[in-house]
Design a protein around this ligand. Structure first.
Ligand code: ADP
Ligand code: MG
Length: 619
């Protein structure tokens, strides 16, 4: 067959193969167009998982009648003036509409602000119909029917209606997070309606939108990130470790407002949480990177979800550093949210709080309250406060207390607040230790709360942090291999490893070039013990290629430190003296990240006195 030029429709169908993978890709492209047109409201309607119908209506700038034909022509865009290095819109390739029009039945009805009527154009499987007048408000409605009718092979690859319609929801949520001031609705016969009312562009507005999308409990279980390095700004929220998920689907990232799925960002998030989450748990994150468009390339793939940073190391370092710092500062938060759940579980009338329906709920609370009173004690009639009396008698009155070596802190005097040292401890974040119960829990008191510490988890974390510090403060001890191990690698990998050999030697890995396409390993970190050197070196080469860092080694060493810490720490079951308990509390306060154990569970919880009083119906 002689070489010949492909028809316009075939060219568009080839492009559609990449741009329009499934119904959700159509929704993404159409919503992006609406947002680029400055819409304040975007309404999306779907049927049959988007395969039968996708309709997107916006109140944006509209398309002038005489440009309708261009809008569906290939390589026609109003967004890219002349510089491919300065992209500030979501679209720029001018190929979404012609691609969709080549594989489906597409119609566009639009009206601009200074026109008193709308116009409409259609394209079905590449065949364009004439522009005709129509009735519409300002803005644009794009309707796509029978997606992939012109490319049956692609149609066969579609998952069920359910899967496609939920992929559409994901796309809408992902993009809605970046545009909090825009109102979105997503409705249709194939779904329950999703409504995202307009918030605003302030940090509070952004968080409100995030909560609309991720669930109302996310703000309370997340910490704010805000950091800047060399002109790159990072903002957003990450979940506290105890709010993790089994997969990484709830990780949203944006580069200059564009939703992206980026390996580098995902890797940086994993690295940042490596200390506080087991490998099979994933943080929930919403991160916005803002940087000069000239130092990030968004023209990597037709779907525009991939980006390439000019300085990947900078971006990775910024993300890891900012999240780690925020986590370290947020130890207390991790603990109070755990306590909130516990309070809810305790509260006898929890249901009545959730549904403040009139008498019914209220009664159930009272009934529960009275039932507890019928055990022989009616707190409201008692002239004495029984708990206070218990304290004043100096007794916890339980076996646990017998095991407790009463130091000066635990005398009645100290409790009455006469001991100045004890007073001072009450003001500390974790307070003064009062008792150890069930041989593992330290009960402490602050001025306005009760703190319960899991001593094993807490100690494990402290040992881990200490080991890690030692590890990173000075060179890691290494062991000499009897015979140097030669690792064969692609030449670029060998070269990269050689470039980083100095850093690697700080981690105890002595490596040098061994002719073309090979390196020789002479020493390995002793902490790793008998290790698979080949595997280690290859992983490191991959890591350097991906991120330009040697984090793999660091993370491996950190994991070993974690394992050692677990073996070296106070097991539950050991009885502690008052001084030991207080020393542990002080050490926790001084150690960043000590609010969670190495597995992401809280090391302590804090119950506010006010909440405890509420439990007992005193408030
Ligand atoms: P791109 O978005 O890359 O420019 P598209 O094929 O998605 O390419 O759209 C082509 C052009 O049609 C856009 O550049 C824009 O001028 C116009 N357009 C598409 N959708 C809308 C819309 N909802 N509102 C206003 N103009 C639109
Ligand atoms: Mg577009």
């Amino acid at each position: 067959m002689p070489i010949r030029q492909l028809s316009e429709t075939m060219i568009n169908q080839i492009a559609a193969g990449e741009v329009i993978e499934r119904p959700a890709s159509v929704v993404k492209e159409l919503v992006e167009n609406a947002l680029d047109a400055g819409a304040a409201r975007v309404e999306i309607v779907t049927a049959g998982g988007g395969l039968n119908l996708i309709r997107v209506t916006d109140d944006g700038s509209g398309i002038p009648e005489q440009e309708l034909a261009l809008a569906i022509a290939r390589h026609c865009t109003s967004k890219l003036a002349e510089d491919i290095h300065d992209i500030r819109s979501l679209g720029f390739r001018g190929e979404a509409l012609p691609s969709i029009g080549s594989v489906a039945r597409l119609s566009i009805r639009s009206r601009t602000a200074n026109s008193d009527s709308a116009a409409e154009i259609g394209i079905e499987g590449g065949r364009v119909s004439a522009v005709k007048p129509a009735a519409a408000n300002r803005g644009t409605t794009v309707e796509v029917r029978d997606l992939f009718f012109a490319t049956p092979a692609r149609l066969k690859f579609m998952k069920g209606e359910r899967a496609e319609s939920s992929a559409i929801s994901d796309v809408v949520k992902r993009i809605a997070i970046a545009f909090p001031a825009v109102r979105f609705t997503l409705a249709g016969s194939d779904r329950s309606t999703l409504e995202l009312p307009a918030a605003d562009d302030s940090p509070e507005g952004r968080l409100r939108r995030v909560a609309q999308v991720m669930g109302a409990d996310f703000p309370d279980n997340s910490i704010a990130i805000d950091a800047m390095r060399d002109g790159v700004h990072l903002a957003g929220h990450v979940s506290i470790p105890s709010f993790s998920r089994a997969n990484a689907l709830q990780q949203y990232a944006y580069v200059n407002g564009r939703p992206v799925r980026d390996k580098l960002i995902a890797g940086a998030i994993r690295g940042a949480f490596a200390d506080v989450l087991p490998r099979d748990r994933h943080a929930v994150t919403v991160l916005f990177l803002t940087l000069d468009p000239a130092i990030v390339d968004v023209n990597v793939h037709p779907a525009k979800a991939d980006v390439r940073f000019r300085d990947p190391g900078l971006v990775r370092g910024l993300i890891v550093g900012a999240i780690r710092e925020a986590l370290a500062n947020a130890g207390i938060r991790a603990a109070t949210t755990g306590a909130a759940g516990m309070m809810a579980a305790f509260r006898p009338g929890a249901a009545s709080y959730a549904h403040p329906g009139p008498a019914n709920g209220h009664r159930s609370y009272e009934a529960a309250y009275r039932a507890s009173g019928s055990a022989g004690f009616d707190p409201s009639r008692s002239p004495q406060r029984p708990l206070d009396t218990g304290f004043a008698n100096g007794g916890f009155g339980e076996n646990d207390q017998a095991a407790f070596d009463a130091g000066p802190l635990h005398s009645a005097d100290a409790r009455a607040g006469q001991d100045e040292a004890a007073e001072a401890l009450l003001g500390m974040a974790l307070g003064a230790a009062r008792a150890q119960v069930h041989e593992n829990y330290i009960v402490a008191q602050t001025t306005d709360s009760l703190v319960i510490v899991d001593q094993h988890a807490a100690h494990e974390r402290l040992v881990y942090e200490a080991l890690k510090n030692a590890l990173h403060a000075r060179a890691v001890p290494s062991q000499m291999l009897l015979l140097p191990e030669i690792v064969d690698l692609p030449e670029e990998d060998a070269e990269r490893l050689a470039l980083h050999s100095e850093t690697l030697s700080r981690f105890g890995l002595a490596i040098e070039r061994f002719g073309p396409g090979a390196v020789a390993v002479r020493e390995t970190p002793s902490m790793l013990g008998e290790t698979n050197v080949q595997q280690l070196v290859r992983d490191l080469a991959d890591e350097i290629a991906d991120n330009d860092t040697v984090d793999t080694l660091k993370e491996r060493l950190d994991r070993i430190a974690a394992t050692m810490a677990c073996h070296g720490s106070v097991r539950s079951g050991r009885l502690l003296k008052a001084e030991e308990m207080n020393a542990l509390l002080r050490q926790m306060e001084a150690t960043p990240g000590s609010g969670t154990c190495n597995h992401g569970r809280p090391t302590y919880i804090e119950l506010k006195l006010a909440d405890i009083e509420r439990l007992f119906g005193r408030r």
